[in-house]
Design a protein around this ligand. Structure first.
Ligand code: XBP
Ligand code: MG
Length: 239
């Protein structure tokens, strides 16, 4: 029986990665670096979850000789990510990015039916707040029973840590929950926690391997709670 819905943020609640990409490039310019990530490169870099981890991965591959010693490296990564998060939250607070099709309706329907909601993301808390304050209002946190993010779960997807944390917070077994994701890393993380997962890819993740997903949908526009309960029941019945 389906007893809670667990949502990824970036790419799932909202199609945010173009906003993150623009913010990374703004941060590089602000810091005086001549780095510029285009869409094609960013699709590759999205296989690395976490903004700081993504910057370091790129730096080691693009300019390994200029990577500073560990004692200075973390300071530079922290500063770059601070600039990036400031640029991203500015753009989101201005309403640049809205919820994806069907998300608002499903959140409302779940709430009306007393079904707990949770968030399991690798993004920074400031990014979640900037997006959901604009889309759901200043008391958006009251809509979610549990929130797992880059601070509560430093081991990023595909590590299942954030999903395991959310299951513990909900006090539910994995078989009673349904996760919503947009990427292969996200799917591996939710599968690692034993959770059936519905995928809504974006242009950045369309080519990913979604083997084992409960279902892959273009978006949640035509998906209501009744369908989800049926699909979830069939999924576990086939197990
Ligand atoms: C997607 C991510 C994040 C964002 C950038 O998170 O991997 O790193 O791309 O946000 P989600 P940060 O799990 O919601 O899909 O720079 O804050 O990491
Ligand atoms: Mg995502």
């Amino acid at each position: 029986m389906l007893r809670a819905l667990i949502f990824d943020v970036d790419g799932t609640l909202a199609d945010t990665e173009a906003g993150h990409l623009a913010a990374f490039n703004q941060a590089f310019a602000d810091f005086g670096l001549n780095w510029h990530w285009n869409d094609a490169l960013y699709c590759d870099l999205l296989t690395v979850s976490g903004g700081k981890e993504r910057i370091l991965h790129y730096w080691k591959s693009a300019a390994p000789q200029s990577v500073p010693a560990a004692c200075d490296l973390q300071d530079v990564l922290d500063r770059l990510h601070q600039l990036k998060t400031a640029a991203y939250t500015r753009s989101v607070r201005d309403g640049a990015i809205g919820l994806r099709a069907g998300v608002r309706e499903l959140l409302t329907e779940a709430g009306d039916n007393g079904l707990p909601l949770a968030i399991a993301t690798t993004t920074s808390p400031a990014n979640i707040d900037a997006l959901l304050v604009h889309e759901l209002g200043s008391d958006w946190r009251s809509a979610f029973a549990v929130i797992g993010d880059a601070v509560t779960a430093p081991n990023k997807k595909p590590d299942p840590e954030v999903y395991q944390q959310v299951l513990a917070g909900l006090g539910l077994e994995s078989r009673h929950c349904l996760a919503f994701e947009d990427s292969a890393n996200g799917l591996r993380a939710s599968q690692g926690a034993g959770i059936a997962t519905l995928i809504t890819p974006t242009r950045f993740t369309a080519g990913h391997d979604f083997s084992g997903a409960l279902r892959v949908c273009d978006d949640l526009g035509e998906v209501g709670l009744a369908e989800l309960q049926r699909w979830h029941g069939d999924y576990w019945h086939r197990k």
